[in-house]
Design a protein around this ligand. Structure first.
Ligand SMILES: [Zn+2]
Ligand SMILES: [Zn+2]
Length: 136
């Protein structure tokens, strides 16, 4: 059974992916702060093509990232809960919001990104590698 399955807050949106996560990143960008309502988001990267979404309440909200390419954040129109984000600059990679996984106990962040906009009240251990902006 795939370890990547989850959904939004109300359960109208459900997803699975059979892929092994490519990376797990803590993102301190201000957009993640706004969307999550918290100091950072925890993102599990998998190939976008591996994600199977179910449910018709999905909607994407796109902004132009610092790369000049679109960053589309998907969420449920019923409960407002996010599921995943597709940053075009990541070339085929989508990031799943770790907190939406049915079982997130295995999640182990390997890197922190956008540390330049990290909040003093959302500090993560220095043991996890830091990048000032996007991963290199
Ligand atoms: Zn929902
Ligand atoms: Zn972010």
């Amino acid at each position: 059974m795939s370890k990547i399955s989850g959904g939004c807050l109300c359960g109208a949106l459900r997803y699975t992916s059979s892929a092994e996560p490519v990376m797990v990143a803590i993102c301190h960008c201000t957009d993640c702060q706004k969307q999550s309502g918290s100091a950072f988001s925890v993102n599990v990267g998998v190939p976008e093509a591996s994600i199977e979404m179910n449910g018709d309440t999905i909607r994407g909200y796109a902004v132009t990232g610092t790369s000049g390419q679109a960053v589309t954040r998907y969420f449920c129109t019923n409960c407002g809960g996010p599921t995943h984000t597709v940053p075009e600059a990541f070339q085929g990679l989508a990031v799943i919001k770790a907190g939406t996984l049915d079982d997130s106990s295995w999640v182990k962040p390997g890197v922190q990104i956008w540390c330049d906009s990290a909040q003093p009240w959302g500090v993560i251990s220095d043991d996890i590698q830091k990048a000032p902006g996007n991963p290199g």
